[in-house]
Ligand binder design. Structure first.
Ligand code: PDD
Length: 276
């Protein structure tokens, strides 16, 4: 696998980041994960736009234009020679002696390209389990910030409970997963949490909204409680790496149609037409 750091390309295991890099010391930066299917970027423009929005929201000035950044990402992916891969892009406030104030330094850009973890049909057909977990994150979750400690702790809690994802709950309402958006299906209606500063505006979510409409579902953006989620016919999560994944139980309680997952799998099939 190949990596990139501030102008040079290296095998991933050879990249060394200076100790005074602000991503390392402060998590002072933003990131994106973009998927490539058969050499084609999935929703690249949307990811680039979100990257620049995140950067702007933390007053980080990227030296590249959106187009230059796109070309750079394409160059790194081409160098990897991988056709089905995930590119991770991280931009930080650069390298400077440790000081909380913004440094007068160029931003750092790093990337890694790795083969995508393909989720086979039997795994998706089986679905995944989840737990509810208090959303302990900050007030600006719409920014794809490097600071992921609450996400990591919640994901680890899910793992230790024998589950795959933690569904986060803030003030009695579901926000999102630790690294995914959350949806429920009831009576041909797909409901997901409305966009706000409390969740990340998922790129997969944009596609799911369009696909849902194509399939004749109502798509409703409205907050819901953990109890309402447990009452749904079907529950699923989405992300760049999971695509669309059925959730079959939460805190050990089965979701109604968790055996068939029929509607979720229909949405998944329609979604996959976009990547081929
Ligand atoms: N996670 N919500 C959170 C908190 C996320 O971290 C992610 C993505 C999503 C889904 O966004 P998208 O559909 O654009 O991937 C929602 C990435 C994949 C990650 O952190 O690895």
């Amino acid at each position: 696998s190949i990596g990139y750091f501030n102008g040079a390309f290296y095998p991933i295991e050879q990249i060394v980041i200076p100790i005074d890099e602000r991503g390392h010391q402060f998590g002072d930066g933003v990131y994106e994960v973009i998927r490539i299917y058969e050499d084609a970027f999935f929703m690249l423009d949307e990811h680039i736009q979100r990257l620049f929005k995140s950067a702007k929201a933390i007053k980080l000035k990227i030296n590249h234009s959106e187009n230059e950044m796109k070309e750079l990402i394409k160059e790194v992916v081409a160098k990897s020679a991988l056709s089905n891969c995930d590119v991770y892009i991280q931009i930080t406030r650069g390298i400077a002696p440790r000081n909380h104030l913004f440094p007068d330094a160029p931003v750092s850009v790093s990337m890694t390209v790795k083969p995508s973890k393909v989720i086979n049909d039997s795994i998706r057909q089986k679905g995944k389990t989840a737990i509810f977990h208090e959303d302990e994150r900050w007030a600006n979750c719409h920014i794809k910030s490097l600071n992921l400690l609450p996400n990591i702790l919640a994901k680890q809690a899910a793992f230790e409970a024998g589950c795959y994802e933690a569904i986060l709950v803030k003030d009695g309402f579901v926000t999102e997963g630790t690294s995914s958006n959350v949806y429920m299906i009831t009576d041909k209606t797909i409901t997901t949490t409305p966009l706000s500063k409390h969740i990340l505006a998922g790129i997969t979510r944009i596609a799911v909204k369009e696909v849902a409409t194509e399939l004749g579902f109502q798509f409703v953006e409205k907050s819901f409680t953990p109890d309402e989620l447990l009452e749904a016919d079907e529950v699923f999560i989405t992300s760049t790496t999971n695509e669309i994944m059925p959730i079959v139980s939460i805190d050990g309680k089965s979701i109604r149609n968790s055996d068939s997952k029929e509607q979720t799998l229909t949405v998944f099939k329609q979604f996959m037409k976009r990547v081929k």
